[in-house]
Design a protein around this ligand. Structure first.
Ligand code: NAP
Length: 328
């Protein structure tokens, strides 16, 4: 990266939203930088199979991620494997700072940092992470072949991951706090039909217990009666939703009560030139196809915004004045 470059758009996060934004930004001839601290694909990488992305009846999560990345890389995409530590809005341009010491100037920023698994917050959960507690069936299911596990949650993730675990484990208990699942009907039907899955209704995990080898039991609490009981188990998989990765959202951007970013229908935040897409954005549903759609919308809107900025600033050459350079 040249020291005097000013980007049209910097995209933070290379999940389906970020990669889709990159495709549209590059097709719009925007000078684009995509920054990702891990592998491209985001949460999709952790899915065993994806069955609801149009054009793919069944596709592996990692395979779909790779296809998104290959598509974006078919254009002249600049990528930076680094962690963004701050986004500082400015009047002339915005600044993106990375852990690796980059200070990058850009007209527009598209933030696509998604979310992280929500934790139960019970005794034993943190201490036993990696010793029987997991947030990823595809990553850790293999270690539970022929064993008995519980999956906590009643949404799409809990059902999908539970069905995946049923292919490996001896028995999967789905522990849900109510008497009805939140998941889509097709997944509920599959859970019902899976003989290795049993739903434990109206129950929450109160504590995760262990012996020297890791998790060996959970204490369950009946949400109607308050009754407590110990249940011997080898593993606990937690899928109770996720919390937005909003640490980089600049001060002044509006968030909802749960920490998701409020945008308009072009994914614009309350700061001009700062866009938020995908699972970090407040929306009715969180789906891969919706993140991809957000990426498209934000990039098209950013193209319009950048064009206006350049016209206003007379910055056709994209040269930065001294003192505004990438200091790497
Ligand atoms: P979710 O839809 O928010 O469901 C979270 C589940 O965990 C709910 O059943 C909730 O119970 C339960 N829960 C929340 N906090 C809990 C706690 N402290 N203790 C016990 N249970 C708790 O989350 P998700 O399943 O991770 O899905 C997130 C988003 O991704 C959703 O929009 C989902 O549709 C989407 N997604 C889609 C697919 C797909 O289309 N194939 C796959 C995965 C995820 P209540 O029901 O009582 O609130």
């Amino acid at each position: 990266m040249s020291q005097s470059e000013l980007y049209d758009v910097v995209i933070v996060g290379a999940g389906p939203g970020g990669l889709s934004a990159a495709i549209y930004a590059l097709r719009g001839a925007l000078k684009t930088l995509l920054i990702e601290k891990a592998a491209p694909g985001g949460q999709v990488n952790l899915s065993d199979e994806v069955e609801n992305y149009p054009g793919f009846v069944h596709v592996g999560g990692a395979e779909l991620s790779m296809k998104f990345a290959e598509h974006a890389r078919s254009y002249p995409l600049e990528e930076l494997n680094d962690e963004v530590v701050a986004i500082e809005p400015g009047l002339q341009h915005h600044t993106v700072r990375t852990a690796g010491g980059r200070v990058i100037a850009t007209h527009a920023v598209i933030l696509a940092t998604g979310g992280s698994p929500r934790k139960l917050g019970v005794t034993g959960e943190d201490a036993l992470y990696g010793k029987g507690v997991s947030y990823c069936a595809v990553c850790d299911g293999f270690f539970f072949r022929g064993k008995r596990v519980i999956v906590v949650g009643g949404g799409d993730s809990a059902c999908e991951e539970g069905l995946y675990l049923a292919k490996l484990a001896e028995q999967v208990y789905l522990v849900h706090r109510r008497d009805a699942l939140r998941a889509s009907m097709i997944l509920q039907e599959r859970v019902k039909a899976e003989c290795k899955m049993e739903v434990i209704w109206n129950s929450v995990v109160n504590e995760i217990k262990a012996d020297g080898d890791g998790v060996n039991a959970v204490e369950l609490k009946d949400t109607r009666t308050g009754e407590l009981r110990d249940m011997p188990i080898d593993g606990v998989f937690v899928f109770i939703g996720f919390v937005p990765n909003n640490q980089l959202v600049p001060a002044g951007v509006r968030l909802n009560a749960e920490g998701f970013v409020i945008t308009d229908d072009q994914c614009r935040t309350s700061i001009p030139g700062v866009y938020v897409i995908g699972d970090l954005r407040e929306k009715y549903a969180r789906q891969i196809v919706l993140s991809a759609g957000d990426g498209c919308m934000a990039a098209l809107s950013a193209a319009h915004y950048v064009e206006g900025r350049k016209a206003k600033l007379g910055a056709e050459t994209c040269e930065l004045p001294a003192g505004l350079m990438d200091t790497h």
